[in-house]
Design a protein. Structure first.
Ligand code: SAM
Length: 281
């Protein structure tokens, strides 16, 4: 296996800094630098972008990003034990890596980044979905990021890219696909990580659309989709009854059968229903 940089192998870094993995922090580390460089490449040309990385840990993906030419990397890590290892990477790539010690859910990293910005991360499983939903629901669109290249448990990745008619199709698919192009670009077995998690993982690539795929008020669309999928086994005329007294007529007006179930309705139709309920469709 060829070295991607002059720094010590990750196993040596982990031993030197005593970085035994902590479950509470979602720590499953990637130690194969050829693999982390491959993940970094999924994000496209890094040389003209600032990268936001959440949870660099001992720095495997960080090193992949820098070796692949990232203009700058801003890495936010909660575990103080990882900071000395990350300092060594920063010293090997002068001026290109900044590390913030803190909780990604509480820190606003934007002040430290210049567009275009790509987010690349092997996310801690306990905050991954919450971060994704935040990145997909900023007050203004387009968002601060051009693309998100994110590792998730395979089951979450499938929910992000799911199509109507599948079991995985739900709120996450609609939110992600309304505002971004989403696809699974890599599949990783548990053995790729140290320690190995119980489940398979996958990398999802999301590219921000300039405007959402179909017009709709985000708050109304979100209410419609939440009501529809909260009772996904029910017919829509029942699950959406609380949204409008004449919901059956509104469903019919946009071409949705009132007896249909949420998981069969396309994103386009959900947007049409949101516009109808808002009074402009
Ligand atoms: N990027 C490394 C890799 O690929 O080997 C580590 C990935 S590990 C799945 C997740 C990382 O996120 C850990 O280093 C963990 O300490 C960190 N982390 C967990 N919760 C965090 C939070 N709320 N904010 C920032 N980092 C967090």
């Amino acid at each position: 296996m060829s070295a991607i940089d002059q720094l010590p192998p990750l196993r040596a870094v982990i031993a030197a800094h005593g970085l035994s993995a902590r479950k509470a922090l979602g720590q499953n580390f990637l130690l194969d630098l050829n693999l982390t460089a491959k993940i970094a490449r999924q994000a496209g040309d890094l040389t003209r972008a600032d990268i936001l990385e959440i949870g660099p840990g001992p720095g495997g993906l960080t090193r992949g990003l820098l070796a692949e030419g990232a203009r700058r990397v801003l890495a936010v890590e909660k575990d103080a034990r990882c900071l000395p290892a990350l300092d060594e990477i920063a010293a090997a790539y002068p001026g290109r890596l900044e590390v913030i010690h803190g909780d990604a859910l509480e820190i606003d990293p934007l002040a430290h980044l210049s567009p275009p910005i790509k987010v690349v991360a092997n996310l801690p499983y306990n905050v991954g979905t919450e971060l994704l939903v935040r990145w997909l629901t900023p007050p203004d669109w387009p968002p601060f990021w051009d693309s998100l290249t994110l590792m998730f448990q395979r089951e979450v990745a499938e929910r992000i890219v799911a199509r109507p008619g599948s079991k995985a199709y739900g709120r996450l698919a609609i939110l992600a696909q309304w505002r971004a192009e989403a696809r699974i670009v890599m599949d990783l077995p548990p053995e790729a990580f140290t320690p190995p998690p119980k489940v398979r993982s996958a990398v999802v690539q999301l590219t921000a659309r300039q405007a959402p795929l179909y017009p709709a008020d985000p708050a109304i669309l979100s209410r419609v989709v939440a009501a529809a999928f909260n009772q996904r086994r029910k017919m829509l005329r029942a699950s959406l009854r609380g949204l409008a007294p004449d919901i059956e007529a509104r469903l019919e007006a946009v071409g949705i059968a009132p007896t249909d179930r949420a998981e069969r309705v396309s994103l386009e139709k959900f947007c049409a229903l949101a516009r109808n309920i808002a009074g402009d469709g």
